[in-house]
Ligand binder design. Sequence first.
Ligand SMILES: [Zn+2]
Length: 420
Amino acid sequence: MNDNLPPLRCADCDAVTPSEQAWRCACGGPFELAWSPAFDPTQIARDRWSQWRYGAMLMPPNVPQAAWTTLGEGMTPTVELDWSGQRLMVKLEFLMATASYKDRGSATLVTWLRALNVTAVIEDSSGNAGASLAAYCAAAGLSATIFVPSHAAAGKKVQIERFGATLREVDGPRQATTDACHAAAENSFYASHAWHPAFLLGQMAAAWELWEQGNGLLPDAIVMPLGQGGMLLGYYRGFRALQEAGLINAMPRLVAVQSAACAPVVAAWRNGAATVAAVDEGESIAAGIRIRQPVRGTESLRAIRESEGMALTVSDEAIGAAHQQLARQGLFVEATSAVPMAAVPQIRATWGRDLRLLVPLSGSGLKGRGSGELGEQGSWGAGGAEELGRSERGRWGSGGDGELGERGQRRRGVGAQRIL
Ligand SMILES: [Zn+2]
C-alpha cells in the first residue's frame, strides 16, 4: 500500500476509508478521491497520442509515471452524421483496445492499483468493463477475476478469458452477478468500475479531448446512455474542470438516456426527487445499462440538473431502429450505444432542431453473439434480445463470433482451459 496517495473519502458522509481494500463506506456511500484533477492547458503533452497527454493532470504527482498504464486509449475521432435530416456529431469511443469506452477508466484505475501495489483484483460487469479491466490487468501484470452474467455477450467473455483473467459466469439477472462479486469482495480487492473513484479520472479525459477537438467550441448537449453513471460523470467532472480553469463559460447540457425497461435515474428526474431509488429491472436489449440502482445515480441526477440537461427513456424498438440506422451509415455499435441515438427525436422536439448534439458511441457491435447483436433472423423482433442470450446456441458462437471459430472448437461454459 502507498501512504503517499490521497485517501478515499465517502461522497455521502465524508468519512475517510480505514483501508484501501474497502470499496464502499460503512454508511453504504461510494468513495471519492480526496483530490481532484485541475485542468491546465500548458500541461498537455501534445506529442502523446492517448489520453495520457493529460497524464500530468489526471494523476496526483505522487503516482509515478512508471505506474501509468496504457493501451493507447482516447484520442477518438468525431464524425458528423446526417441523422434524419439533421446534422449530429458522434464520437467513436468504441475505437479503443478492447472496443469500449471503458478503457479510459480502466487505464486510470489500473494505474492507481499499481501505485497501491495491488496485485490481484475482482470485478463484476455486464461484459465491457470486465473485458476492459482484464486487458489492463494483463498489460500491467495483475491477476483478475471477472464476474459476468451468464447471458453476457459471447465476445466479451472471449475477451476476458483471452486476456488471461478468470471468468466467473453467474446465472440470473445482472444484480445476481453483482451480489456474487460483492460476496467475493470480502476477501479480495474489488476493483469496481462502478465504485472505485480512480475509474472516473480517465472518463474525464473525454471532455478535455472534445474541448481540444473543437478548438474550445463544445456541442450544446452531450447525449449518453446511463447505467452506473460513469460516462456522464466523467464528462461532467471534465467540463467542470474546464470551467474552473476559465476555459469555458458553461458546460454542454448533459442528457441521460435509459431503457424504458430499467430507468431509475429518469424516474427520479421526472419525479423531482433528490435521490435515485432502485427500480425493478426489466429486460432490454441495452444490457450495458441494465442497472436497477446506479452506484452514482444521485450524483448523476445532480449533474443532469446542474447542466440544465434532461433524462429520458427509449423503447427497445426505438433502440433497435437506431442501431440499424447507425449500421446503415457504416457504424456497427452494440445495442446500448444506440440508446442515445434513439432519443434524438425526443430531444429535438423539446429543445429545437438546431441544437448541436454530440453522442459518444460507447461500444463495438462486434462483441455480440452470433453474427453480432442482431438476431439469427436478422430482426429485432421477439428473439432479438441477443444480449440477453436465452439460447444456448451461439453461446461461444460456433464459428460466428470467434476469432477461433473456424474449427468450431470453442468449449462451452465456464472453464479454466486455455485455447492454444
Ligand atoms: Zn459514508
